[in-house]
Design a protein around this ligand. Structure first.
Ligand SMILES: [Zn+2]
Length: 405
């Protein structure tokens, strides 16, 4: 789980982000179970960075306690996501009383999570193809929050927390200057930045790039990411930070230029592409999020929700539109035949639209549902982005359910 040569490291998939807990750097224990949790030995006790998922709390606690008996002085949530800020329970149940540090927006996040539990449980189910809706209900609330920055003295060791926006509005990164240790949270995840997620709240690509550039200026020797490989060496760390920033800037700049030139959201979506060279980097592959989703997020951030098509402003229902298309085609069978042809020609993108028209016009038609099933099975097979895969798989399963398969 360590590289000194990030340009030639193997690309990481989320399913491969597991490793037995081990001391990855002097005085730093790494526990990798989808998310990376780190414990840092300090003169005042342990600093735990990202306690992790609730279901891994016992495993993190056990690993940390097998490694050190020093008291848990502080835990920090680099942000309030379910995979980072919910693993503290086993420590608290064992009678530890750490300070819990987080950026102040983490409080509003937890409040929002309470308000939208059902929604988030269903989003997670779809995104990760879980058997059931799932989302945490129990919160171990931060005890020490900050707005811009916070410096903590753990005896003679200084720890700095810096607020950032990026994947979330409640991010922070942790900098230990005398050790050259930088804990980035999900500002680095060994994937194309997760700032486009189609199902989740606003993300901040430009501020993300800015935070990466700030971190690059620290000249850290070690980079401990929220997911993926730890990076060792000043030049290696700088490469990962600056190239990830540049990947984002390339997208941000194109979107902004085109928005200011008066292009419509759909034109911009189709026109903007990531930098081809950077997109090949092992730490920037789009196996989780998708660069087109980042474009969508920027359009939402800077613009309204209207897509540029006047018919969609106060539209007919999808069902009414689909019925009209079926009428024009001369029946749903014509749509199914055309969808099959497109699929055979390798055009699953267009075939998916035809399948949606067919199933929305005639939801009980088995041929229409079978087309939908096969179209999304193909899209799933052709797609690398886990976020897209989750949505395609759910759509395929919806069709299978109607077909009673
Ligand atoms: Zn994460």
């Amino acid at each position: 789980m360590l590289t000194t040569d990030p340009l030639h490291a193997p690309p990481t998939l989320f399913t491969t982000l597991f490793a037995a807990a081990h001391e990855i750097a002097p005085d730093v224990l790494m526990h990798a179970a989808f998310v990376n949790t780190y414990a840092l030995r300090t003169p005042a006790g342990l600093l735990l960075v990202d306690p992790g998922l609730g279901q891994n709390s016992a495993s993190v606690h056990q690993a940390v306690r097998a490694w050190s008996t020093a008291p848990l002085h502080t835990a920090v949530y680099t942000h309030g996501h379910a995979d980072h800020a919910f693993g503290l329970r086993a420590f608290l149940d064992a009678g530890e009383h750490p300070q819990i540090v987080a950026q102040e927006n983490c409080l509003q996040r937890f409040a929002r999570y309470r308000l939208t539990h059902g929604l988030n449980a269903r989003i997670n189910q779809r995104q990760f193809s879980l058997p059931e809706p799932w989302f945490p209900r129990h919160f171990d609330w931060p005890t020490l929050t900050f707005r811009d920055a916070l410096t903590q003295r753990l005896d003679e060791l200084e720890v700095r927390y810096h607020a950032a926006k990026g994947e979330t509005d409640d991010h922070c990164y942790v900098w230990v200057p005398t050790r050259g240790y930088l804990f980035t949270g999900d500002l680095i995840i060994w994937q194309a930045p997760n700032c486009g997620n189609p199902q989740k709240v606003q993300r901040y690509p430009a501020e993300w790039a800015q935070a990466l550039e700030e971190m690059a200026a620290l000249n850290a020797e070690w980079l401990f990411p929220g997911h993926g490989l730890v990076v060792h060496g000043h030049a290696a760390v700088r490469t990962v930070l600056t190239e990830t920033a540049r990947y984002l800037r390339v997208i941000v700049d194109q979107v902004l230029t085109r928005m200011n030139a008066g292009q419509t959201p759909e034109e911009i979506l189709h026109a903007v592409e990531p930098d081809a060279e950077l997109a090949k980097r092992p730490f920037l592959q789009a196996n989780y999020d998708h660069p087109k989703f980042i474009v969508r997020n920027l359009l939402r951030l800077w613009g309204g929700w209207w897509n540029g098509n006047a018919a969609d402003l106060l539209p007919a229902t999808w069902e009414a539109q689909a019925q009209e298309i079926v009428r024009l085609a001369g029946g749903v069978d014509q749509l199914i035949t055309r969808g099959r042809t497109l699929l055979e020609q390798g055009n699953a993108v267009l075939a998916a639209h035809v399948a949606e028209w067919a199933t929305r016009a005639a939801p009980g038609d088995r041929g229409a549902q079978a087309l939908k099933r096969d179209v999304y099975e193909r899209r799933l097979a052709e797609e690398h982005s886990l976020m897209a895969q989750g949505i395609y798989r759910a759509a395929m399963n919806d069709a299978k359910q109607v077909l009673e398969e």
